[in-house]
Design a protein around this ligand. Structure first.
Ligand SMILES: *Cc1c(COP(=O)(O)O)cnc(C)c1O
Length: 379
């Protein structure tokens, strides 16, 4: 029986990068128009069009384009009332931006464990954890161990696979904790027919160069709440009070606007999203077939409650064995197949090591077992 690396080499004889963008639509045309007309910066028709296109695609009432996904997430937390000294529940298994977004606001990440079936926050583990640590005071939930208010839960749809949102949403309603979705990896992923990012009160998308659709750099806030949507636009555009010539600002806003140049690229890329999705699904099917029966591993497939965009494919080792994982990664890289491990857990990073956390057994196991595979749409 052939090894993982041999099977991958058969698929990609001359190697493969992890995730590279493709520009085969109207990118040149739209970006050139920005240059030709001089509308390259923070105002322009493509910013508005990008927001409307995102609303149409996701079904969200409002989409607000911003400079990047991290900024989107930071503002999402501020919009649901996260304040300095609050705790924000979030998975330990995520990209560092999730934790940073809370830290920028002076809030404290509180790491929770994840589910083998989704790679995202586990509703049952979380329910048990909250029942042990939460003290309700009025509508609010406090961490009995730290005395701090728990204001929000960020869920993250790992590699594009939707987490089980309904039980998490019900749990948060019960505890008076706001649900925020880090949907940076899940544009084009659906939970029970609804686009990810539509269950939480607010959610964040990313259009970084390695995501399924890129605007070079960029992000967006999604919400169905008009008041929050208006506030999101205001906060991310320096909180300027509309006036023909006066410069008046009524709160500490951010310059988080997405430049028109980036929005133009984003608009063209969104037109290609259905093609990217179809190709990624095909690639995942090829992996499932090629890795079928490979001893000691399992190719990760989307959970039954949703449809994944298969942004980043993953194979899971049966056993949490870091040296075996590293041996496989090394062999892949020698074959110019740029596989990579999952992120180091947030709870192990120096700046977040002392943050509150629950038992993270599943996250620890997964972090030692995940190998991400080349996932560019054109492979
Ligand atoms: C990419 C990503 C982000 C941040 O997006 P940027 O646009 O790079 O700032 C946030 N969370 C997760 C899980 C991501 O993968």
């Amino acid at each position: 029986m052939s090894s993982l690396v041999e099977r991958l080499q058969k698929m990609f004889p001359s190697g493969a990068g992890l995730h590279e963008p493709r520009f085969e639509g109207r990118e040149w045309e739209y970006v050139k128009e920005c240059l030709d007309t001089g509308w390259v910066s923070s105002v322009g028709k493509y910013v508005d069009r990008f927001e409307r296109d995102l609303e149409t695609y996701t079904g969200a009432k409002r989409a607000i384009a911003v400079a990047n996904g991290t900024a989107a997430l930071q503002v999402c937390l501020q919009l649901v009332g996260v304040k300095r000294g609050d705790e924000v529940l979030m998975p330990a298994l995520t990209f560092v931006a999730t934790a940073n977004a809370a830290a920028y606001l002076g809030a404290i990440p509180h790491f929770v464990d994840c589910d083998e079936k989704t790679l995202g926050v586990d509703p049952l583990f979380l329910e048990k954890h909250l029942s042990q640590i939460v003290e309700k005071r009025g509508e609010d939930s406090f961490n009995r161990q730290t005395g701090r208010r728990i204001r929000a839960l960020i869920v993250m749809h790992t590699f594009g696979h939707p987490v089980d949102l309904d039980p998490l949403n019900a749990l948060m309603t019960r505890y008076g904790i706001e649900l925020v979705e880090d949907a940076a990896e899940s544009l084009g992923s659906f939970y029970k027919g609804k686009h990810t990012g539509r269950i939480g009160r607010v959610s964040a998308l990313s259009f970084n160069g390695n995501k399924i659709v890129t605007s070079g750099g960029g992000g967006a806030i999604l919400t169905d709440d008009e008041t929050i949507g208006n506030h999101a636009k205001h906060l991310t555009t320096t909180a300027k009070v509309p006036h023909a010539w006066e410069y008046v600002h009524d709160e500490t806003g951010y310059n988080f606007r997405l430049p028109n140049l980036n929005a133009a690229l984003g608009c063209a890329q969104l037109e290609s999203l259905p093609t990217f999705l179809a190709k990624k699904r095909k690639l995942a099917e090829r992996y499932a077939e090629a890795l079928n029966g490979l001893k000691g591993t399992r190719f990760f497939v989307e959970p039954s409650h949703g449809k994944s965009n298969y942004w980043l494919n993953a194979v899971l080792l049966d056993q949490p064995n870091v040296s075996e994982r590293n041996r496989l990664l090394k062999a892949c890289h020698e074959a110019k197949i740029l596989a990579r491990p999952a992120w180091q857990l947030m709870s192990e990073l120096p700046m977040y090591r002392d943050c509150p956390k629950m038992d993270l057994s599943c996250s620890q196991s997964l972090a030692a077992r995940i190998i991400n595979l080349p996932s560019s749409s054109f492979l």
